[in-house]
Ligand binder design. Structure first.
Ligand code: ATP
Length: 417
């Protein structure tokens, strides 16, 4: 049996991953969980998401399907925040995963879907499901079951004891830095070194104590054992599409659609300009100069903006990010070729070699010592303060699905840590 759940929490509390963790425990007398449960992130631009657009699925081997369904329903009813205006739980229990379900997942991670599309497929495939209130969670629940995860990472989530929910988390900061030092690059996004922040724990009222992300369960375990914190109620290791770029489509600048995420190739068309609040924008154009797209490095992307601010017209780049309201929100940038940067300056004296001075408005230049004259300024090529290569936003600004540079191989990587 493949059990998928989504849209059970609200900004006020609870968490679908916690519900799944409790449900797995409750189902233990009825069957055995096969492999790891899956924490599946869907389109980051989905409008009704609470936080990170997560959905959950796991496989259970059981010969007592009716009791499993009853327990799953009971748990969803008990551990969903039905008072949340945007909480519309969905529970899907399928006997198998079909190609159409996998195709549905691929669309759910890259496009915006309607509840009707989920219901249609569930009916067509004869899959047992229950949607509550608007039933929007059926989209995520079905997609999580269909998720094939050709690339994947892991996250170990520790959950808080119930009586501590809503109180500040008690986590020993020094132990977190140590855990990162011991296990990076097999774990990532535990801390943000540049911005001096611990980024692996939420500050909200939900049951999550912290989550350790990584490529290697053994390294994650080492990190977990290093961290000193308040006692945890339970912990679960998930297999996940986080950090895989599953949301990214290869596209052309002229064809992008709002609420989808892309990798695009092009040339920088103007100098990056900052607006109030520290948000930085530049225009990207395709190589045949037919289409333009604004790219944004918003203030929360912090030190990444320094790299973006050094771009000049003519730089050849590849950009990664989600398009919203006609702008691409940068997640990563690969600088392929740097344009020549020229400056115009007062010419050098042909006699003594010293820089000439202005002889007055519209009167060219003159050497103070030799009295030689020149009408025009000189062009000089200056060394760029930017290296070719791959750059990314820092951990504090990373999207769950964004593949961190620490997972790429190749030259000129500049992982943000
Ligand atoms: P959390 O991360 O805290 O669990 P969340 O950010 O996952 O919360 P949900 O409460 O799950 O947010 O709400 C997201 C809603 O959007 C769900 O109902 C889900 O089914 C729906 N959804 C997910 N992907 C898409 C999509 N591609 N198109 C339309 N709706 C989607």
């Amino acid at each position: 049996m493949f059990i998928g759940i989504d849209d059970t929490d609200s900004e006020r509390g609870l968490c679908t991953t916690y519900l799944a963790a409790v449900l797995m425990e409750r189902l233990a007398p009825l069957g055995e969980v096969v492999g790891l449960p899956r924490l599946v992130r869907l389109n980051p631009c989905a409008r009704y998401k609470t936080r990170g657009n997560a959905a959950l699925a796991f496989e259970l081997e059981s010969d007592r399907p009716d009791e499993v369904k009853e327990m799953a329903l009971k748990t969803v009813l008990e551990l969903s925040d039905f008072s949340g205006s945007n909480t519309n739980p969905g529970l899907v229990i399928a006997d198998g995963v079909t190609a159409k379900m996998t195709a549905f997942y691929r669309r759910a991670v890259t496009e915006i879907l309607e509840i009707g599309e989920a219901r249609e497929l569930l009916d067509e495939e004869g899959v047992w499901h229950r949607g509550f209130k608007k039933g929007r969670g059926l989209i995520g629940a079905l997609a999580a079951i269909g998720a094939d995860l050709p690339d994947y990472t892991y996250e170990l989530i520790a959950y808080r004891e119930r009586q501590r929910w809503g109180t500040p988390r008690d986590i020993d900061a020094a132990s977190v830095w140590k855990a990162d030092a011991l296990t990076y690059p097999c774990t990532w996004d535990t801390v943000d070194c540049h911005n001096r922040r611990i980024v692996f724990a939420p500050h909200t009222g939900d049951p999550v104590l912290f989550g350790i992300r990584g490529s290697d369960p053994d390294a994650i375990e080492v990190a977990f054992r290093t961290i000193k914190s308040e006692p945890w109620e339970r912990r679960v290791l998930y297999k996940t599409n986080q950090g895989t770029d599953a949301h990214i489509l290869d596209g052309a600048i002229g064809d992008v659609v709002d609420c989808q995420s892309y990798r695009l190739h092009g040339l920088v068309a103007d100098r990056p300009a900052a607006i109030e609040g520290g948000h930085l924008f530049f225009t990207l154009q395709d190589v045949d100069k037919k289409s333009l797209l604004k790219c944004a490095a918003f203030e929360p992307t912090k030190n990444f903006r320094t790299i973006v601010s050094r771009l000049i017209p003519g730089d050849e780049v590849e950009v990664w990010g989600a398009v919203r309201e006609g702008k691409l929100n940068l997640e990563k940038i690969k600088i392929l070729n740097l344009a020549l940067q020229e400056i115009l300056e007062a010419p050098a004296c042909s006699n003594c070699g010293r820089r000439m001075e202005s002889a007055g408005k519209g009167q060219g230049y003159r050497c103070r010592c030799c009295k030689t004259k020149s009408a025009d300024r000189e062009r000089r090529i200056v060394t760029r303060d930017l290296e070719k290569g791959f750059y990314e936003v820092p951990p504090c600004a990373r999207r769950h699905l964004s593949k961190p540079l620490v997972r790429f191989t190749g030259e000129n990587m500049h992982p943000s840590r």
